[in-house]
Design a protein around this ligand. Structure first.
Ligand SMILES: [Mn+2]
Length: 391
């Protein structure tokens, strides 16, 4: 079979810093889709078995044209880990952009080195993202305009609940969101049934509800580790049943979800606090302020993580809203709040869940939105890789 197939040199070696890379004339998208002389080789590699692909793949270089996320050469069928992109952000209430999260993370993923110190052989398992459903992105954008109209009506003090136009828009949006939920549930169920490990990439935080439902069909009971600046426990925020701000309220309607453990919370309303405390010990909230206070007074992050992990049942789905991190790590996310976890605090916590012997049955990563450069996607792609490593 000959030696390893040379892959295109990384953009990082052409320009060593992010700022320098930005000055390159071609965008991240064209950069990773360009390749030097590999057309025949690519054709060749596409016809190979997974084993042969692993043997011929050079993980030290960047990805070839048409390779999948992280520049990996595996098809969805060959990959153990399948990522479901959900380009949806109809009900976002503040900044937009999360619908482009999957594309942005995909583009930035080519910058991630495959040799992770904790997961050195992860790439060989295969990670692939299915095609981004373009019609969904178009529909999201259409409906977002209508949702914006509703939000403005609220701001203008209009009696939205009795306004004929608003009632129609609410109906249309709630139905479209339910359709999106069904699509997510079907996709997740399909790949789980094939024995794949599944990660969902949003989109805003409304997107994983269908995945929670798919998990409930497979597991009698499980818990959600929810990392977020927000509780997302609002009851139908702004009249939208499936608002991004309501996703955990909707999750609590799923009886198989035995525990919801929220971490990094620092922006919530009284109604959400009431929902959390009214669940009879089913919801645990670790506000950012309370965790930091413990740390300031000498408690270690290790101890705090142990307390968080103890509250989780054996099977855990991780729902990670990027705004749970410090906003310097996600400056363009829709609803940033000062404070939050550092990258290594978050990944350490996730590792502690795994090392406790609990099973991570899936995850979603949501609310990553692009800015002028690839920084948001860069952080998102690295966090995504880490979570793939824990599956
Ligand atoms: Mn959220």
């Amino acid at each position: 079979m000959g030696g390893p197939i040379p892959r295109q040199r990384k953009a990082t070696s052409e320009a060593s810093t992010r700022q320098e890379r930005q000055r390159l004339p071609d965008s991240a998208a064209t950069r990773h889709r360009r390749y030097p002389s590999g057309a025949k080789r690519l054709h060749y590699i596409c016809g190979m078995s997974k084993e042969i692909k692993i043997q011929n793949f050079d993980p030290n270089a960047a990805g070839l044209k048409d390779s999948n996320i992280y520049g990996l050469p595996f098809s969805v069928e060959e990959s153990d880990i399948v990522l479901i992109p959900v380009p949806w952000e109809v009900t976002v209430s503040y900044g937009s952009g999360a619908a482009q999260g999957p594309e942005h993370i995909l583009e930035a993923s080519f910058q991630v080195d495959l040799f992770h110190e904790f997961f050195p052989t992860l790439w060989k398992d295969g990670i692939a993202m299915i095609d981004i459903p373009e019609e969904m992105a178009i529909r999201s954008s259409e409906l977002r305009g209508k949702a914006q109209r509703i939000i403005e009506m609220y701001e203008d003090g209009i009696d939205v609940e009795n306004d004929a136009e608003a009632i129609e828009i609410h109906k249309e949006i709630n139905a479209a969101c339910e359709k999106m939920n069904q699509w997510v549930e079907e996709q997740c169920t399909h790949y789980l049934n094939l024995g794949k490990k599944v990660g969902l990439v949003g989109g805003d935080h409304s997107t994983p509800l269908g995945y929670f439902r798919a998990q409930a069909k497979r597991h009698d009971q499980y818990g959600i580790l929810h990392i977020d600046a927000h509780m997302d426990l609002r009851i139908a925020y702004e009249g939208f049943t499936y608002s991004h701000a309501s996703v955990m309220y909707n999750a609590l309607q799923i009886p198989q979800i035995k525990g919801l453990v929220q971490v990094g919370i620092r922006d919530f309303c009284e109604q959400e606090n009431d929902v959390a405390t009214g669940q009879g010990g089913r919801v645990f909230v670790h506000t950012n302020a309370s965790m930091r206070r413990k740390q300031f007074e000498g408690e270690t992050w290790k101890n705090i993580c142990a307390q968080i992990v103890d509250q989780l049942p054996q099977k855990v789905h991780v729902s990670f809203d990027i705004d749970g991190l410090d906003p310097t790590l996600c400056p363009n996310t829709g609803t940033p709040v000062p404070g939050g976890l550092w990258f290594d605090e978050a990944t350490y916590l996730l590792s502690m869940v795994k090392e406790s012997g609990r099973e991570i049955i899936g995850f979603d990563l949501v609310e990553v939105a692009p800015g002028e450069d690839d920084w948001n996607g860069n952080v998102g792609a690295r966090l995504l890789f880490y979570m793939c490593g824990l599956l």
